[in-house]
Design a protein around this ligand. Sequence first.
Ligand code: CP
Ligand code: NVA
Length: 312
Amino acid sequence: MVGALRGRDFLAVADLTGADLDALLDLAADLKRGRDPGLPLARRSVAMVFLRPSNRTRVSFEAAIHRLGGHPIALFDREIELGRRESVSDVGRILDRYADGLVARIPSARDLVGLAASMEHPVINAMTDSGHPCQILADCLTVREVRGDLAGARVTFVGDGNNVCNSWIEAAAVAGIELRVVTPAGYEPSERELSRMEELSPGSRRRVLVTNDLDLGLADTEVIYTDVWTSMGQEDQHEDRRQDFGPYQINEGVLGRAPSGVRVMHCLPAHRGEEITDAVIDGPQSVVFDQAENRYWVQLALLAAIFSPDQT
Ligand code: CP
Ligand code: NVA
């Protein structure tokens, strides 16, 4: 079934069917257990455009591209100046002539779609301000490792209704996850995202509870997931956000209000002392660093699936 991804873009979790996602996670798990992915990228190059900082995404993609025999070419804002030095579509058309694919971290989802439209080769979303699908692939693998199955998993996202939250909402629709989104008032995910989910999978909207009540979101949950209160590009709102999100910090007191076996996840980078305390992120219920490692395995699987040789 991963063959279904050959040659395709991966711009959103919603690009996948439930079967695609399962197959991709099966492949990632096999690769993690030692299966040889071969060298589908031998003598091929993959361009990477990062207009925002990155540790995990860039390093895990570069390592995975190299593992598959390919050559990653990382480009940053100062080289590309997307839409300023050159139009979005000209950048895409040029990269398409030199490289066999593109991994792009670009604030604007519209620019990402514009790049993908201007390229024949596959484009992978390495995060926009509206979504972070590769992160959610790693998160889904981690949830599977924790409980053996994704369907029916009870996951509570606590924090901002941001890019990571949006991709979780899509995953809830694709994989049948029971998602609780707990935010301060005014930081809920957009209704547009929630209605898109219902369009994607009729009936799935009822799988997502959106609330400002932390205890309601924590009741019977299996995973507490959090992310920074201030995302990249929102630095000027930092002080206001610290005030608004304060009661939603994941600390030992909050863990004590959740079921005893609950696991804690965070996409990282963490702003320790804000959305999560040291005691929790470094504590026995945290799977945060396994989750970060899983970025490599799911992206290795994703690249192997997209760039697998055509057998026909
Ligand atoms: N989680 C994540 O995407 O981390 P980076 O911003 O470091 O890539
Ligand atoms: N919401 C965060 C995620 C970082 C991986 C951000 O956009 O900065």
